[in-house]
Design a protein around this ligand. Sequence first.
Ligand SMILES: [Zn+2]
Length: 132
Amino acid sequence: MHEMSVALAVVEQVEEAAARAGDVTAVRSVRLQVGELAGVVPDALAFSFELACAGTLLEGAELITEAVPGRACCQPCALDWAVGMPPRLTCPECGKACTDLLAGRELQILDVYWEDGGPTHTPTREPISEER
Ligand SMILES: [Zn+2]
């Protein structure tokens, strides 16, 4: 399941960031940016995330997903449009297939809120990698 591997990668990244930070006792929430074209179903991801968090520092953490609408552009026409769902990847002006995606493939952690007695932190913003 695609969402499960994403959830596991998120948990792994947060655990690594928490380990680097030191005395983190619990993770409250994780904010994740999810592009419309990233192929992730938010409900399935929320479910997988809960499972992936069990028994880790993230147990009980809330997953907040921020959807990023897909946008594509056509260079010759200097036009960009919302691709929508299902995605429209041909230029509305000239009808040619577009190869430039401006947004929509995002899959990365924006913020993590955890408890260590100090202020909240933002980990490094690395895209989620599913290569394991
Ligand atoms: Zn065009």
